[in-house]
Write a protein that binds this ligand. Sequence first.
Ligand SMILES: N[C@@H](CCC(=O)N[C@@H](CS)C(=O)NCC(=O)O)C(=O)O
Length: 215
Amino acid sequence: MLRIWGRVTSSNVQKALWLAQELGLAYENPQVGGPHGGLDSPAFRALTPMGLIPVLEDDGFAIWESEAILRYLAARYGGADFWSQDPKVRSWSDRWMAWAQTRLQPDFVSGLFWGFYRTPVEQRDAAAIARAEAATASDFLKVEEALADRPFLSGPALGLADIVIGSLLYRYFEMEVARPPLPRVEAWYRRLQMRPAYANAVMVPFDSLKGRLSF
Ligand SMILES: N[C@@H](CCC(=O)N[C@@H](CS)C(=O)NCC(=O)O)C(=O)O
């Protein structure tokens, strides 16, 4: 039995849950982190020295870092799907995953989502939010360009890049922030929304995170 540790409102946990559901895997999802706590318990720290979610446990083998978890699940259970064995096709997923970690996460997640949504109104820094909004817009315009010749960021079919970046779309489009015209990104988002695994794992209300900096 697989176990994916972490609260369902964590976007990093959502990536792992989404892929596990796409793969049709049975798993348990113990709720830890956020209001559930448990990240400092000796049992959880035995799984990860980082004390963060998600953690995947597969038959006693524990993996932390959401993208390492995605690569493990795809390699172990995905066959040729999700993370192609063709080095060129695989590189599409890999480059967007690297870009998401180094560019989109800082701009959107740390900058805009935390700076705007998770920060109480009276503590918000309007100039920093405007910078993060502009940086995020410029990032999604890069995704817009990439989708000109492919239905999915990973290539002809849904892959790991779609999971990493697509999992952020629900929050980006639900939040009251300025966005540039992104017709291809919106069409891609609609394609993702039609997938039961996306609707179930990613489209999870996140208002409990609003104005909350504590976790
Ligand atoms: N780079 C790590 C980030 C892990 C991380 O920051 N997880 C957050 C949730 S998204 C966490 O554990 N926060 C503490 C909490 O939820 O209590 C990954 O991708 O797995």
